[in-house]
Design a protein around this ligand. Structure first.
Ligand code: 13P
Length: 252
C-alpha cells in the first residue's frame, strides 16, 4: 500500500509570523498514521525556523525550488547543500509556475532531481499540460516526456522514492479541478511510463499526487482513485483548518 502524501505549497505567500502561526496551529494535530504524510512547502526565508519548529513532529518541511549546483556564483539561488544543511527533507521541482515564469526546463528539472538525491532530498516533480495542450489531445504525450526527462539517469531505487505531482495547468488556482476520472487516467498513465523505464515494483512504489484546485470538498473523491496517492495543494493549504482536513482525508 502506497501512503498518501498531502503537501501544501504555499507559493509566495505568508509572512514569517503567519507561517509560524500556521505550524503552531497544525503541528499537534497531524495524525500519527502510517498511511499519510504531511508536508508544507514554504518560502526559503522560513525554512530553517519551520524545520526547528517541526522537529520530532509528523509535519515535514519542503522547499519550493533549488539550484542544481552545490555552490558557486549563482546570485539569488539556493543550493541542495543549503537545504539539507538546515534539515529540509523535500523539494518541489519543475512546478509549472517555475517553468512558465522562470525558464525551468525538462533539462534543468533532471539536473535538479539528480542533485536532490545526491544530497538526500526527496524531489516532488511537477508535470502537467496547458488547456491548449489538453484540447489538442497532447496531455499524455507531454506528461510522458516531462516524466521521462525528469527521472532520466536515476536508479530504480531513486525513482521509487520520487514523488510525482500531476498538475494540469488549467486547474491551478482556477477553481476548475480535473474530474477525478480524468486525473486518475493521467496518473495511471504516469505510472505506466515509470514502469516502461523501470519495472513493475518501482512503478507500484512511486507516489503520484494530483494538484489543481484540490480542496476539502473534492479531496476524498480524488484520493479514492486507484492511482492518485496524494495531493499537492496551493490555495486550500494556506489555512490551518483546511490543510488539516486535507491531511485527515489521507487517512481514510
Ligand atoms: P491550487 O491548489 O491553488 O490550484 O494550486 C495548485 C498548485 O499549483 C500546487 O502546487
Amino acid at each position: 500500500m502506497r501512503k498518501k502524501i498531502i503537501a501544501g505549497n504555499w507559493k509566495m505567500n505568508k509572512t514569517l509570523s503567519e507561517a509560524t502561526q500556521f505550524v503552531d496551529d497544525v503541528v499537534g494535530k497531524i495524525p500519527a498514521d502510517e498511511k499519510v504524510e504531511a508536508i508544507v512547502c514554504a518560502p526559503f526565508p522560513y525554512l530553517a525556523s519551520l524545520v526547528e519548529k517541526t522537529k520530532g513532529t509528523n509535519l515535514k518541511v519542503s522547499a519550493q525550488n533549488m539550484h542544481f549546483e552545490d555552490n558557486g556564483a549563482f546570485t539569488g539561488e539556493v543550493s541542495p547543500v543549503m537545504l539539507t544543511d538546515i534539515g529540509v527533507t523535500h523539494v518541489v521541482l519543475g512546478h509549472s509556475e517555475r517553468r512558465e515564469y522562470f525558464a525551468e526546463t525538462d533539462e534543468t528539472v533532471n539536473k535538479k532531481t539528480h542533485a536532490a538525491f545526491n544530497h538526500g532530498l526527496t524531489p516532488i516533480v511537477c508535470v502537467g499540460e496547458t488547456l491548449e495542450q489538453r484540447e489538442a489531445n497532447e496531455t499524455k504525450s507531454l506528461v510522458e516526456t516531462q516524466v521521462k526527462k525528469a527521472i532520466e539517469g536515476l536508479s530504480n531505487e531513486q525513482i521509487a522514492k520520487t514523488i510525482i505531482a500531476y498538475e494540469p495547468i488549467w486547474a491551478i488556482g482556477t477553481g476548475k479541478t480535473a474530474s477525478s476520472e480524468d486525473a486518475n487516467e493521467v496518473c495511471a498513465h504516469i505510472r505506466n511510463v515509470v514502469k516502461e523505464v523501470t519495472d513493475e515494483a518501482t512503478a507500484q512504489a512511486v507516489v503520484i499526487q494530483y494538484g489543481g484546485s484540490v480542496k476539502p470538498s473534492n479531496v476524498d473523491e480524488l484520493l479514492a482513485q486507484s492511482d492518485i496517492d496524494g495531493a499537492l495543494v496551493g490555495g486550500a493549504s494556506l489555512e490551518a483548518d483546511s490543510f488539516l482536513q486535507l491531511v485527515e482525508a489521507g487517512t481514510k
